[in-house]
Design a protein around this ligand. Sequence first.
Ligand SMILES: NC(=O)c1ccc[n+]([C@@H]2O[C@H](COP(=O)([O-])OP(=O)(O)OC[C@H]3O[C@@H](n4cnc5c(N)ncnc54)[C@H](O)[C@@H]3O)[C@@H](O)[C@H]2O)c1
Length: 338
Amino acid sequence: MCRVRAKIDGGGERARHRALVTAPFRGEGLTTLEGLADVVLDPWIDHTPLRLLDGEKLAAMVQEVDADLLIVESDFVSGPVLDLPLVAIGSCRGDPNNVDIAAATERRIPVLRAPGRNADAVAEITVALLYAVNRGLVQADRDVRAGEVYRDGTIPYQRFRAWELNGRTAGLVGLGAVGRAVKWRLEGLGMHVVAFDPYAPDATYSLDELLSEADVVSLHAAVTPETAGLIGTDQFARMKDGAIFINSARAQLHDTDALVDALRSGRLAGAGLDHFVGENLRVDHPLCAMQNVVLTPHIGGATYDTEANHSRLIADGIATLLAGGRPDNLVNPEVLDG
Ligand SMILES: NC(=O)c1ccc[n+]([C@@H]2O[C@H](COP(=O)([O-])OP(=O)(O)OC[C@H]3O[C@@H](n4cnc5c(N)ncnc54)[C@H](O)[C@@H]3O)[C@@H](O)[C@H]2O)c1
């Protein structure tokens, strides 16, 4: 087994590791990392305007602080920074697509990732969106603030009636880390939960069966060539009248024009969305004018717990690597062979 050691330019070893951390890092994971290395913490999230570093700027920072461990979340690890004698790179994401894995592997630099770090956070916002849509919470709040509790001759009790979630069926499309975290929460709320996921043996429904039975359809699949545009005109047409559609995963999974049509026709009761293609929605987009739609700007994972989770996963991975082990969250285990 290849033992990962602190390297210095002359090929010898240094007394103590030094970690440059440009990700938010906290909790138990930060304590673990401080036990392994001197930590230079400069999270991107503390910078306004937004600071995103590329491989060149990261290389300059790594050299400036003399780091041999690099932990990032949003910065791009490619090019010159990979020419430095790094002992390991941590990407605080489930999918470390901000790191040039092929180049890191070529240079035999281990890369760690943080799978499932935000599953609970996204599951909580999924439940929040579902309740907000079903009970009209955002519109009700607007009515109170606008002094329109009594409007057009109605009292709120007339405008905000809804079916309860308890006893109804939720259909989850995708039963990975987030899907599973959503499943037990909805079951705890009294819902019957069914799932479609060709790669999860316990997801026993076909997509068509799910669409025809579910009162709530909630998307939690990864975006792949197979799932891009998975929910379009035909799929919305197969949903039950009055169904609620939630997508806290990625907008690429549904056809937005078809969603607008399904909402306009009144077939869908409402929708909750946490992601838009291009990370933004035009203010004159039809969805923005629909009172039965709740829109949040990709904040599903934005909890302090997500940060604590990725900190623990990356720090534990580094501890395992430094002790000569093979962490489960190592993206390129081949760098430890030979
Ligand atoms: N809103 C946010 O801030 C936020 C944060 C994290 C993740 N996400 C998104 O949530 C989704 C789930 O993330 P995760 O961490 O659970 O990922 P994951 O990899 O754990 O789960 C993805 C699931 O999709 C399934 N899948 C693949 N192809 C499928 C298909 N054809 N049909 C149905 N299911 C299929 C996989 O089998 C897997 O179980 C992803 O789209 C991710 O990008 C959103």
